[in-house]
Design a protein around this ligand. Structure first.
Ligand SMILES: Cc1cc2nc3c(=O)[nH]c(=O)nc-3n(C[C@H](O)[C@H](O)[C@H](O)COP(=O)(O)O)c2cc1C
Length: 321
């Protein structure tokens, strides 16, 4: 059963949070077009001594969506989500939880570790918590710790992808879990959204196609590389963050490395504490999932969502009659 907050979307899609790429412009456009928009709390980085940017972003998102809802009572905006990286190196976690709790964030997405206190904070302000997992063991742990729903991150996803086929992953989780289940990884068409539902997921979790949108906070060359690339251009490596992730091979080549000969990194090198030097060194290495063969132009997010909705309706009509 889906909680009411996830059941009134225009199409069953949650736009995934993307490091650097997702900010208020993209989230507002996604929500206004009828799907859940999201961003990582860590993207809101103020300079030393300035007030928390996360506070300002949450105020802006709430105000703009509220204005939209007053002007368009017949097609209200979808709710938004904030992603918390629950890794021990994230020194901002406690502060960011307090800010999200104060703003009564409706959907909390947690990744890289399940922590009961984050789920409690979400529930205490009336929100729900979705935890992203790459296998069934982590899925069980997340529900034990009080998450309301799961995001199954399968092979081919952008960012920190899992190694498992979506068929295997969804089947194993659905075997015992009947709560909200999202599927992540290379979903880039309305047909694929319907396929995720046929497999047993409730909603699709879509990231990389939104990099090639006007509102994404990404350099023009990155957006263009998404448009020009396909599944064969994606390489998997742990070198850049310490955990296995998917990246655009042309961006690795442009940074002077051979994408076919990358060293692997130790998971203990994972750091979300603001290692500026390392972040700068890897800023030209661009993440993407394998589904981008379906992305052929850079368009406003609303256009991408209109297309997904039209494709989804056509696929339903063709397959479900
Ligand atoms: C550039 C990029 C950055 C990402 N950053 C994050 C992040 O900060 N937090 C997170 O939970 N997931 C992150 N992800 C993973 C997405 O949440 C999601 O699992 C993925 O984008 C779905 O696969 P797709 O890109 O093939 O649609 C990122 C993905 C990409 C492509």
């Amino acid at each position: 059963m889906l909680p009411p907050i996830l059941s009134a979307l225009r199409i069953p899609v949650v736009a995934s949070p993307m490091f650097i790429v997702s900010g208020p412009e993209l989230v507002i456009a996604q929500c206004k077009a009828g799907i859940v928009g999201s961003f990582p709390a860590l993207n809101a980085r103020e300079k030393d001594g300035e007030p928390p940017l996360l506070d300002a972003w949450l105020t802006r998102i709430a105000e703009e969506l509220d204005r939209h809802n007053q002007a368009n009572p017949d097609r209200p905006a979808a709710p938004f989500a904030v992603n918390q990286i629950v890794h021990r190196s994230n020194a901002r976690l406690e502060r960011d939880i307090e800010i999200c709790h104060r703003h009564r964030v409706p959907i909390w997405i947690t990744s890289l570790g399940a922590r009961a206190e984050v789920n409690h904070a979400a529930h205490d302000c009336g929100g729900i918590a979705l935890h992203d997992v790459i296998n069934d063991v982590f899925a069980r742990k997340a529900i034990d710790k009080g998450a309301d729903g799961l995001i199954a991150v399968a092979a081919g996803a952008g960012g920190h992808a899992g190694p498992l086929s979506p068929f295997a992953l969804v089947q194993e989780i659905r075997d015992w879990f009947d709560g909200p289940l999202l599927l992540s990884g290379a979903i880039a068409t309305g047909r694929a959204v319907l396929a995720a539902q046929a497999m047993g997921a409730d909603l699709a979790y879509v990231g990389s196609p939104f990099i090639a949108t006007a509102e994404a906070n990404a350099p023009e060359d990155y957006k263009r590389m998404i448009v020009d690339s396909g599944a064969m251009d994606i390489v998997t490596s742990s070198l850049f963050t310490g955990v296995s992730g998917n990246y655009l091979a042309p961006s690795i080549r442009a940074a002077g490395m051979d994408p076919d000969k990358l060293d692997s990194a130790d998971p203990s090198s994972m750091n979300f504490g603001g290692n500026a030097a390392k972040a700068k060194a890897w800023s030209q290495i661009w993440g993407s999932g394998q589904g981008i063969g379906a992305v052929r132009d850079i368009v406003p997010a609303a256009t991408r969502i209109d297309r997904l909705a039209a494709e989804y309706a056509a696929a339903r009509a063709a397959i479900c009659g």
